[in-house]
Write a protein that binds this ligand. Structure first.
Ligand SMILES: N[C@@H](CCC(=O)N[C@@H](CS)C(=O)NCC(=O)O)C(=O)O
Length: 211
């Protein structure tokens, strides 16, 4: 086991929740550093960029990017594993993570940005929303015959996707004013009858601990 790292966070952050889930899975905690969303100076000083999460290891190593942090944790604390054994299965999970961050996240980010414009393009928003709705069935498919997205136990794919897909099922915290989360809540609609496995998976992952 390694010493608990220092992790910079802001409240309600989806990407921070990935790290909190992964740390707890490894039986670890964190020395959390709460950052003022309006003053990213401490994050910039330590990592050279202004997004959270940022992990600072006991030895001084600094990692930014939530899934880079989760992969770093996996290398330092291999058990209990978050990636499956075997190069082919591990690569499948890496492909999922890359798709999620580079493709799945595009429409909700685009909708959030469009809503900031003076006159949002509602046709374009509807198209992005349809992309999101259409992809929900893929998660339902991934959960056919297993409890987690890429296997029978919590893995990196679940850690990656849950903090975003949770908004399809779980209510937002009353004091969560993040406009990106409002987009997720509005545009990810899961009726339990239509996507029952996805709904159950959200509840299953939500019941797990966070660091
Ligand atoms: N690719 C980065 C994205 C990090 C990111 O977007 N973090 C958000 C919080 S979830 C952030 O710091 N946003 C800036 C802000 O809210 O002002 C990761 O995976 O960690």
């Amino acid at each position: 086991m390694i010493p608990d790292p220092r992790v910079y966070r802001i409240a309600f952050s989806t990407n921070v929740e990935r790290v909190a889930l992964a740390l707890a899975h490894k039986g670890m905690s964190a020395h959390w550093v709460d950052v003022d969303p309006g003053d990213r100076a401490p994050v910039e000083r330590i990592s050279g960029q202004d997004l959270v999460p940022v992990l600072e290891a006991a030895g001084g190593e600094v990692i930014s990017g939530s899934m880079a942090i989760v992969a770093w944790l996996e290398r330092r604390v291999p058990e209990p594993a978050l990636w499956p054994a075997g190069a082919a299965r591990r690569a499948e999970v890496d492909v999922f993570v890359d798709w999620f961050d580079r493709v799945w996240k595009v429409p909700p980010n685009a909708i959030a940005a469009e809503r900031e414009r003076l006159v949002p393009d509602t046709t374009q928003i509807a198209a992005w929303s349809a992309d999101l709705a259409g992809r929900l069935a893929w998660f339902e498919g991934l959960l056919d015959g297993r409890d987690f997205l890429m296997g029978d136990t919590l893995g990196a794919a679940d850690v990656c996707a849950f903090p975003f897909l949770r908004y399809a099922v779980l209510a937002r915290a009353p004091d969560d004013a993040d406009p990106f989360h409002a987009v997720l809540a509005e545009h990810l609609q899961v009726t339990p009858a239509a996507l029952p496995r996805l709904g159950d998976w959200v509840q299953r992952v939500d019941a797990l601990p966070r660091a």
